[in-house]
Design a protein around this ligand. Structure first.
Ligand code: GLN
Length: 447
């Protein structure tokens, strides 16, 4: 009830939710109380969480922020949602996002823009902007987002909350509306690193419904939060201090590194030499995969349909009116990169460079336990500021996307404020399936 009251109070300004399921939430809360009275010790019993709208929820409209999916009500839960329900979650509703998770500010939502709770004239980051803003505005205790190229970490940074992109294969993608299938991962946002650890604990682990989820044991993340980093080696990738970085962001990350050093960690400069190619490689691969994944929205099977005189006309009208501009831009570019005659020059080449980026990280993790860098070169920008310039918008992702290309895990940890009082975030990267050490390092800073 407290969260529903908070939603009523702050949603008119923040607009993090596409759907609020208040009545159902109160029923679930009552059921959680009853279960507790009957001795249940489910790990998230009665905890009010909300879910990014790209994640399928049985019986609750799921639009991926797109007009083309208006009215689509899934018949099943995504595995991560099913696991949260099993663990006792109370679901508050579905969260706003850039259409099909394509964007860095949530301004590409087909419905409305979400506002940053720290400054309502600024963006919350994207594409999981609703997931970051809801935790920040305390209209949910925790949330799920998805991260294809920074979409969990960037809104965590802009909204001043901790958030985690798990290693590729750590969580099931079953029931996620696909954007870039070789990059997508669901993951948590929470008030603290520990909250994130508790949510990831529930959603992680192999799932027979997703063949890319790995058959690995999930360590006890909370037990690993020792509060110390003594003897750990923290790598600082020198290529991540990019030109154009806001000075306060760099200072805040340097100050955090000093905290780690004072706690007994060893700070080591490392190099990830192919970083400069990450942005181009990512946008070729992500758009190519998106162009294939989005072929299924034909107006026949899911969501909205705009009827034409024949099938092809219906297909054209539905896709023409259902998809927003950014989505269309990506379908066209992705289709081009995959076309006969261009495939080797664009998609094939990008895949080769992707391997080099992955090897950079593997080499770095031979020397260090984790890597630390800024999450974004700047703090939250103004609404509308980057909307006329897609390339400028893509630059917000320069520090986050290589982790997705490499398949490693990374989290945002709030580490200060700029001169406008806007939150600054740092990233802690762990090696693939090294979420435990990533959590330990993120948590030690926080505590
Ligand atoms: N901004 C990136 C993009 O638009 C991030 C997307 C994501 O992680 N979903 O592709």
């Amino acid at each position: 009830q407290a969260h529903i009251d908070q939603i009523e109070k702050y949603e008119p300004q923040v607009k993090a939710y596409l759907t609020v399921t208040a009545e159902e939430a109160l029923k679930q809360a009552q059921a959680a109380d009853d279960a507790r009275a009957n001795g249940s010790d489910a790990p998230l019993l009665g905890i009010p969480l909300a879910i990014k709208d790209v994640i399928s929820t049985k019986g609750v409209e799921t639009t991926a922020g797109s007009k083309i999916l208006k009215g689509y009500v899934p018949l099943f839960d995504a595995t991560c949602v099913a696991r949260l329900k099993e663990a006792g979650m109370v679901m508050l509703g579905k969260l706003n996002m850039d259409e099909f998770a394509m964007g860095s500010s949530t301004e590409n939502s087909g419905y409305f823009t979400t506002h940053n709770p720290w400054d309502l004239d600024r963006v919350p980051g994207g594409s999981s902007g609703g997931s970051g803003a809801a935790v920040s505005a305390r209209t949910a205790m925790g949330t799920l987002g998805t991260d294809t190229g920074g979409s969990i970490r960037l809104p965590g940074s802009f909204c001043g909350v901790a958030s985690v992109k798990p290693s590729y294969g750590r969580c099931s993608r079953y029931g996620l509306i696909a954007y870039g299938s070789s990059l997508d991962q669901p993951g948590p946002f929470g008030r603290t690193v520990e909250d994130n650890a508790r949510i990831l604990q529930v959603i992680a682990g192999q799932d027979p419904m997703d063949a890319t989820s790995m058959p690995l044991e999930v360590p006890d993340y909370v037990a690993g939060l020792t509060g110390d980093v003594k003897g750990l080696k923290i790598g600082v990738p020198k290529e991540f201090f990019v030109s154009g970085m806001q000075p306060e962001v760099e200072q805040a990350v340097q100050a955090a590194l000093k905290v780690y050093e004072d706690m007994g960690a060893e700070i080591i400069e490392v190099s990830l030499p192919h970083t400069e190619h990450a942005l181009s490689v990512y946008y070729i691969i992500a758009m190519s995969e998106a162009s294939a994944n989005l072929a299924r929205y034909d107006g026949i099977r899911f969501g909205a349909r705009i009827d034409g005189d024949d099938m092809i006309e219906t297909y054209k009208l539905t896709r023409g009116q259902g998809f927003g501009d950014e989505v269309k831009r990506r379908i066209m570019l992705g289709t081009y990169a995959l076309s006969a005659g261009y495939y080797d020059a664009w998609y094939g080449k990008a895949q080769q460079v992707r391997t080099l980026i992955k090897q950079d990280y593997e080499k770095a993790f031979e020397q260090v336990d984790v890597l630390v860098a800024a999450t974004s070169p700047t703090t939250a920008f103004k609404l509308g500021e980057n909307m006329d310039d897609p390339l400028q918008m893509y630059l917000s992702d320069v520090l986050t996307i290589s982790a997705n290309l490499a398949g490693i895990c990374g989290m945002n940890v709030p580490c200060g404020f700029d001169d406008n009082g806007l939150p600054i975030g740092m990233q802690v990267f762990g090696p693939a399936f090294g979420e435990d050490v990533m959590f330990r390092v993120g948590h030690a800073y926080e505590s």
